[in-house]
Design a protein around this ligand. Structure first.
Ligand SMILES: *Cc1c(COP(=O)(O)O)cnc(C)c1O
Length: 400
């Protein structure tokens, strides 16, 4: 065992068939956006995710969120409710369409959007702005399904469409249904570090063939049906290339294996670290939740453990092991400083507030602020050996 080998947080893992699909694209000269691999990949995705959805392969998950917001009619002056605890790609497209994000805190079980705070936020935004938020973006972070029944019930009761961010949750299930099949739209991502990759890419899950058609139209520069180049809409260059889709088709053949491998790694970590005081895991709250365990996430309670998350991260770094703090919440990001945030002030009380309110509590004293403070992602990719895992756990055992 060499302590000098770098252990990475998350690595792409090829199944072997990817090259064959790429070769077929070269052989048939389909080295373009669109083509048989794109069609085949979309079909594979639709079969995998189920729920009678229509899927359009795009250049990224971010592009998918952008095209969904456009189709939901989100415009300048509108507000969109978004989970605060996420990667910035969930929220940036709200700005692309000129709208404003409103961030909502997490609940402690799934670490995702708190349905109770969602309802408080909707009510308060209606009171303050006189109109409903235009869309709701819950995120299945780290592969853990959000509480979709509660979220959909609230969204439906106000008639607000839901755009699920399932970028990290390919293959995760909530009550037997795949993440990405609950909302009117959902985004998937095939970026390099996700559970499957196309080197870079994403997809929009649509609820109708019409919406999938509009998505394809917008993603290919919005060309009207004419022999010349005619445009009556602003278009985008967001389609996935036939080469990248070839990688995707190969990855679909090993997706189930990847998910089992990540779940197994998570179980091994739990066994190896169980009983260690002050360390807890993000786990499925009940058998209704089946996370793909994209990344194994732990919380370090410094009062009990005797060391902080940052102590642990630095010790890992010194041992040539890459770990990463949990996502820094969007309401704590300088770029979204102005955005309203609805969060827990302490675990029992709900507070709604905005920039002008003089009762604004400490933004870090929210559930997701605490998760950021205490949380760490451990190396979690299918290429990790048992020796690698023992090396990671060994570092934890050297502290405090
Ligand atoms: C990766 C990711 C995205 C964006 O996907 P890209 O394909 O990288 O644009 C969106 N949301 C979350 C939560 C992600 O992790």
């Amino acid at each position: 065992m060499s302590t000098f080998n770098k252990i990475w947080l998350s690595l792409a893992h090829m199944g072997g068939m990817e090259q064959k699909f790429i070769q077929s694209a070269f052989d048939t000269n389909w080295v373009v956006p669109l083509g048989p691999n794109v069609d085949g990949f979309e079909k594979d995705l639709e079969e995998f995710i189920g729920g009678d959805k229509h899927i359009v392969a795009l250049s990224s998950g971010t592009a998918a969120i952008h095209l969904a917001l456009i189709q939901l009619g989100v415009q300048p002056g509108d507000e969109v409710i978004c989970q605060s605890f996420t990667f910035s790609a969930s929220a940036n497209p709200i700005k692309y369409v000129g709208a404003s994000p409103v961030f909502v805190d997490s609940e402690e079980e799934t670490w995702n959007m708190d349905p109770k705070l969602l309802e408080i936020a909707i009510e308060d935004r209606i009171k303050i702005t006189g109109k409903k938020p235009k869309a709701i973006i819950p995120v299945h972070l780290y592969g853990m399904p959000a509480k979709m029944d509660e979220i959909m019930e609230i969204a439906d009761s106000y008639g607000i469409p839901v755009l699920e961010d399932a970028a990290e949750a390919m293959g995760s299930k909530y009550r037997g249904r795949c993440c990405g099949t609950f909302g009117e739209f959902a985004c998937l991502s095939f970026n390099g570090n996700k559970i499957i990759t196309t080197s870079g890419g994403g997809a929009l899950v649509c609820s109708s063939a019409e919406a999938a058609g509009v998505t394809k139209f917008l993603a290919t520069q919005a060309r009207d049906n004419a022999p010349h180049y005619q445009h009556s809409h602003i278009g985008y260059n967001y389609r996935l290339s036939n080469i990248c889709a070839g990688i995707g088709r190969g990855q679909m053949l090993v997706l189930d294996e990847h998910i089992s491998a990540r779940r197994e790694i998570n179980n091994k970590y739990k066994k190896l670290l169980q009983g260690l005081p002050g360390i807890s895991f993000l786990t499925n709250p009940s058998d209704e939740f089946e996370s793909n365990m994209w990344l194994t996430c732990i919380l370090v309670d410094p009062k009990v453990a005797g060391f902080t998350r940052e102590d642990l991260r630095l010790a890992m770094e010194a041992a040539n092991i890459e770990t990463r703090p949990l996502w820094k919440p969007m309401h704590m990001q300088p770029v979204f400083e102005e955005a309203p945030f609805y969060g827990h002030n302490d675990s029992s009380c709900y507070t709604s507030f905005n920039k002008d309110s003089d009762t604004e509590p400490d933004r870090e004293n929210s559930i997701c602020g605490q998760l950021f403070e205490k949380g760490l992602c451990l190396p979690s990719h299918p290429g990790l050996s048992d020796e690698d895992l023992e090396r990671v756990v060994g570092v934890v055992n050297t502290l405090p």
